[in-house]
Design a protein around this ligand. Structure first.
Ligand SMILES: NC(=O)c1ccc[n+]([C@@H]2O[C@H](COP(=O)([O-])OP(=O)(O)OC[C@H]3O[C@@H](n4cnc5c(N)ncnc54)[C@H](OP(=O)(O)O)[C@@H]3O)[C@@H](O)[C@H]2O)c1
Length: 250
């Protein structure tokens, strides 16, 4: 499918108050988006973005697990041509999948990371269609491709995001659906990961390059480019490599 121009677009970004979501808002404005709806659970947390870009950044109260918030956002933002499903949580870091303690944490991960993508997209699909199809960006992870020992149910939720992304391509024929599969990015979520990390701004640029280029799978940093290439060539090999890394660090 052909790419979608960022200049002149109207976007909505979930989880836009910090991390990758905030960087996407800033880079959208930098690259000429007409308007960006900045979704946040607490709208005060995007007040500085609104003040920095008057008339261009519009705060929207949006907890992606709250049906009323989603309906209100869709009723307000009928001009959206680009939906970025960025909001996400990693609640279960370090808890093994065999430990029942992981169950409530996993439910939160699936509620936000998977059901959030589905329900927000359901609400915005009519507007995207009315506006010519537009594009949807879903934040998966390299953990969509292989399970990481330290983030087992998070990995399961991100694998589900990958599948939802594929389903949306089937369901929404004239919408470009972009899956993004980052490695570690320097945000609060990855604060405890002792690895080289990409900057949120560099990841935001790679994502928007993907939207403009019509790229359906975006690997936006050095680690994900390497893992993505390995996955496409040898998925079992990637699984074995991840298991070996987990054994070595145990
Ligand atoms: N950082 C990484 O290394 C990395 C790697 C691969 C993929 N990702 C993915 O990239 C996306 C952004 O992650 P990040 O690194 O920027 O994480 P982050 O810094 O922890 O930010 C997460 C964002 O999601 C929002 N959020 C959480 N629960 C929400 C809910 N129920 N409704 C609406 N918003 C909610 C948070 O809002 P509050 O401030 O209100 O909590 C925050 O804005 C996530 O989907 C994540 O899984 C991140």
């Amino acid at each position: 499918m052909s790419g979608r121009k960022i200049e002149g677009s109207v976007a909505l970004v979930t989880g836009s108050n910090r991390g990758i979501g905030r960087a996407i808002v800033e880079v959208l404005i930098e690259r000429g988006a007409t308007k960006v709806y900045a979704g946040a659970r607490n709208v005060d947390s995007v007040a500085d973005l609104v003040a920095a870009h008057p008339g261009k950044v519009v705060a929207v109260e949006l907890d992606v697990t709250n049906a009323d918030h989603i309906a209100n956002a869709a009723a307000l933002a009928t001009d959206v041509s680009l939906l970025v499903n960025n909001a996400g949580v990693a609640s279960s870091m370090g808890v093994m999948i065999t430990d029942p303690a992981t169950n409530p944490l996993a439910r939160t991960e699936f509620e936000v990371n998977v059901c959030g993508v589905m329900t927000v997209t359901q609400a915005f699909a009519p507007a995207l269609n009315a506006n010519g199809g537009g594009a949807i960006v879903n934040l998966g992870s390299v953990a969509s491709l292989v399970s990481f020992a330290m983030a087992q149910t998070y990995s399961a939720s991100k694998a589900a995001v990958h599948s939802v992304t594929q389903s949306l391509r089937i369901a929404l024929g004239n919408t470009l659906v972009v899956g993004v599969y980052p490695g570690p990015v320097d945000t609060d979520m990855a604060a405890g990961i002792p690895m080289d990390k990409a900057t949120p701004a560099s990841v935001a640029h790679e994502i928007l390059d993907g939207v403009e280029g019509g790229v359906e799978e975006v690997f936006p940093d050095p680690m994900s480019k390497e893992m993505g290439a390995f996955y496409l060539q040898n998925p079992k090999g990637l699984e074995q490599q991840a298991a070996q890394m987990a054994q070595e660090s145990a």
